[in-house]
Design a protein around this ligand. Structure first.
Ligand code: PBG
Length: 335
C-alpha cells in the first residue's frame, strides 16, 4: 500500500524521542533575575500585583542572592527605589545611590554573578518620567515635555556611576534618541570601554508594565510615555530603532515586552546578528500568577511554555521574574 501522508507522530511517540528532536531547550543559563532594591533595614516587602517578588533592603538580600547563585542563574538586573526623588533624578547617579550600593554589595559577595544595571531616571524622578522634563500648565493642568538631549547627560552620569560601582553590563531603558551613542561615549571616556551595553532597543509603550510601576513607584505624574516609548502597533519601526542602536554601538538588543511581541523578536533575530534579549515583563508575570493562584492553570507548564516560546522566537537570554521558579522546575526535570 502506498502512503499519501507523512507519519509525523513517529517522532513523538516517547519522551526519549521527543527530547532528541526538541529544537529549543531552556536552561537556567538563559535567565536574568530582576531584583528591586530599596533603602532601610530589615525590608522584604511584598509587591501586591507580583506575588513572590519583593523589594529588599540591602541587609536582606543575602538569601535571595544565594538562591539565585545556587540555581546557576548567571545574572541579575537591578532596579532601585530611592529614599528621595527630585525633578532631575539625582539619586540615579549619586555615588551612594541605592543601585550603586547594591552593586558593590553583590559584587563583593558574589563576584561571578553578573550585575546588570537598568539605566533610567523614572524610578528617581518626582514626576516619574524617564528623562528631564520641561513642565508647564495648560488649562490648569500640569503638563510636561520630556527633553531628549538634556536627558542624555543625566543618563550618561547614571551609567558611569553604575560602572564605577562595579556593574558588569549597562542596560539603558529610557528610550531617548541617541542614548546608546551618548552612554557608549561616556563609558569609554571614563575608562569603561570594556563594559557592554544591553540596549532596550525596542521598548513599547505597554500596559504590561503596570505591576512594575507599583513595585518601583514610577508611574508618571502627568502624561504618559507615548512620546518616547514605541506604539504597540508598529513592527517596521522596531527595525529602525534596532538599526540605530547597532550603529551607535550597542552590544545586545532587547525587545520589551516579549510575549505580545514575539513577531518583532523573530524579525530582529533574522535581521541583526547581535545577541537578543527578551524581557518577560511584570504584567506577563502577574497574569500567569493571578490565574495560577486561582487554580485556573498549571503554572509550571505555562511558565515553561512561555519562556520556551521566547527562546524559540529568537531570544538568547530572557529577563524574567520567574527565573528562580523556572530554574528549579528545570532542575527537577522540567520538560
Ligand atoms: C524603566 C523600566 C520600566 C521597566 C523596566 N525598566 C518601566 C517603564 O518603562 O515604565 C518595566 C519592567 C517590567 O514591567 O517588568 N523605564
Amino acid at each position: 500500500m502506498s502512503l499519501s501522508f507523512t507519519r509525523h507522530r513517529r517522532l513523538r511517540q516517547s519522551a526519549a524521542i521527543r527530547s532528541m528532536v526538541r529544537e529549543t531547550v531552556l536552561t537556567p543559563a538563559d535567565f536574568i533575575q530582576p531584583i528591586y532594591v530599596t533603602y532601610g533595614e530589615g525590608v522584604k516587602q511584598d509587591i501586591k500585583s507580583m506575588p513572590g517578588v519583593y523589594r529588599f533592603s540591602l541587609d536582606m538580600l543575602e538569601e535571595e542572592l544565594l538562591e539565585i547563585v545556587s540555581l546557576n542563574i548567571p545574572a541579575v538586573l537591578l532596579f532601585g527605589i530611592p529614599e528621595t526623588k527630585d525633578s532631575v533624578g539625582s539619586s540615579a547617579y549619586a555615588d551612594n545611590g541605592i543601585v550603586q550600593e547594591a552593586t558593590r554589595l553583590i559584587k563583593s559577595r558574589y563576584p561571578d554573578l553578573l550585575v546588570i544595571a537598568d539605566t533610567c531616571l523614572c524610578e528617581f524622578t518626582d514626576h516619574g518620567h524617564c528623562g528631564m522634563v520641561h513642565t508647564y500648565e495648560h488649562d490648569g493642568e500640569l503638563c510636561g515635555d520630556v527633553l531628549n538631549d538634556e536627558s542624555l547627560e543625566l543618563l550618561v552620569k547614571t551609567a558611569v556611576s553604575q560602572a564605577q560601582a562595579g556593574a558588569d553590563i549597562i542596560a539603558p531603558s529610557n528610550m531617548m534618541d541617541g542614548f546608546v551613542q551618548a552612554i557608549r561615549g561616556g563609558l569609554d571616556e571614563a575608562g569603561f570601554s570594556h563594559i557592554p551595553i544591553m540596549s532596550y532597543s525596542v521598548k513599547y509603550a505597554s500596559a504590561f508594565y503596570g505591576p512594575f510601576r507599583e513595585a518601583a513607584g514610577s508611574a508618571p505624574q502627568f502624561g504618559d510615555r507615548k512620546t518616547y516609548q514605541m506604539d504597540p502597533a508598529n513592527a517596521r519601526e522596531a527595525l529602525r530603532e534596532a538599526e540605530s542602536d547597532v550603529l551607535e554601538g550597542a552590544d545586545m538588543l532587547m525587545v520589551k515586552p516579549s510575549l505580545s511581541y514575539l513577531d518583532v523578536m523573530r524579525t530582529l533575530k533574522d535581521q541583526f546578528d547581535l545577541p537578543l534579549v527578551a524581557y518577560n515583563v511584570s504584567g506577563e508575570y502577574a497574569m500567569v500568577k493571578a490565574a495560577a493562584l486561582n487554580g485556573w492553570i498549571d503554572e509550571k507548564a505555562m511558565v515553561l511554555e512561555i519562556l520556551t516560546s521566547m527562546k524559540r522566537a529568537g531570544a538568547d537570554m530572557i529577563i524574567t521574574y520567574s527565573a528562580k521558579d523556572a530554574a528549579k522546575w528545570l532542575q527537577d526535570g522540567g520538560r
